[in-house]
Design a protein around this ligand. Sequence first.
Ligand code: ATP
Ligand code: MG
Length: 372
Amino acid sequence: MWFGGGIIISGLFSEEAVAILNFLPDPLFIIDQGQQVLWSNRQAGDIFGSDTGGNETLAGVTGIEKIERLAGQVLQSGSPLEFSFEDTTVKIKRQEKHYFFRIAIIPANYNRLQGAIVLFTDVTRFQEMEKIKSDFVSIVSHEFRTPLTTIIVGVEMLLEGMLGNLTPRGKEILEAIEGDCQRLSRLIDNLLQLSRVEAGAILIEAEPVDVTNLVQEAVRPLKIQARDKEVELLVELPPDPPPVETDFNKSVWVLTNLIGNALRYTDPGGTITVRLQEKGDYLFLSVRDTGCGIPKSYQEKIFTKYVQVRGQGSSKRGGAGLGLSIARDIVTSLGGEIWVESEEGKGSTFTFTLPVLQPGLRESKGGNTDGS
Ligand SMILES: Nc1ncnc2c1ncn2[C@@H]1O[C@H](COP(=O)(O)OP(=O)(O)OP(=O)(O)O)[C@@H](O)[C@H]1O
Ligand SMILES: [Mg+2]
């Protein structure tokens, strides 16, 4: 009798339990502590051809290399770990069709069963929808860009009086239009950046970069905004920071976004401090503000796209909830990490790291550290 292809450990399951597991629409494996497949259901057999006959590892049967590391970590810790979506999503080709599966590994220690249950959920449809949505966003944003540029140029000409004098009321309205156009333009840039990141097309052009330049480039355009809002913008740089290996423009983008957020969520009279510190093999770039702060329950979630803290009036302040999620994607691709520490009512500190360029590489890369 073929019950999904693996070995049925006699007495481990009742026949009813086996039948139920075989009715599951998703592939399921049961592995022991050494990651040998003890049993798999019918669906696993259909997808992975796992008529194993025993003595095969999960990675061997499924052909998914990274599953060994994931299962190893779960078996060692004895608890169902939370891995990232990217880590647990796999693409499998069967009969000319691509499937996407999300893997869940649940430790199972019960009587004679000592190991883990590995469940593959079919997320192909979900993945296809994501792609359609990303393509759609990307096309729409592109289409918006050209007419918006024309509108902005027209408004600027009107405001500069090139087309005749304006009444004070007319000027006021045009200024409001100009502000909204800038918001729209920022939103479109963010959406385009996001669709590139999602398409995996985030092109990193890493080079040795002088971080002092990087910080100045990010701070410069925001100085006027800070002054207008009566928020003090301070920069603390060590005297001689080592060069980092990074993508200059994308790192500037991340830092600008963090300072932009700090400005948005800090009231007049507050202070924003941009600080650079060297710690081991990394440079730590942080933006501290004395603004409204972020509740604990949101401190991880805000790095997910479209998530904004309720009650802060984020959307009224002109945001769409995209900046931090793009920032995290960029920083991760640059080999660093990004996080926030914050206390409600007191302020927030966002920090990201960039790997320091190893001394051996500094000379061989020609020492071009001006980052331009
Ligand atoms: N410095 C900060 N102080 C308080 N809250 C913040 C701060 N930075 C971010 N947040 C919260 O995190 C949310 C997500 O930030 P994110 O930068 O992703 O989006 P946004 O600024 O709202 O919009 P966008 O960046 O797309 O213009 C914000 O809406 C806000 O609620
Ligand atoms: Mg933002």
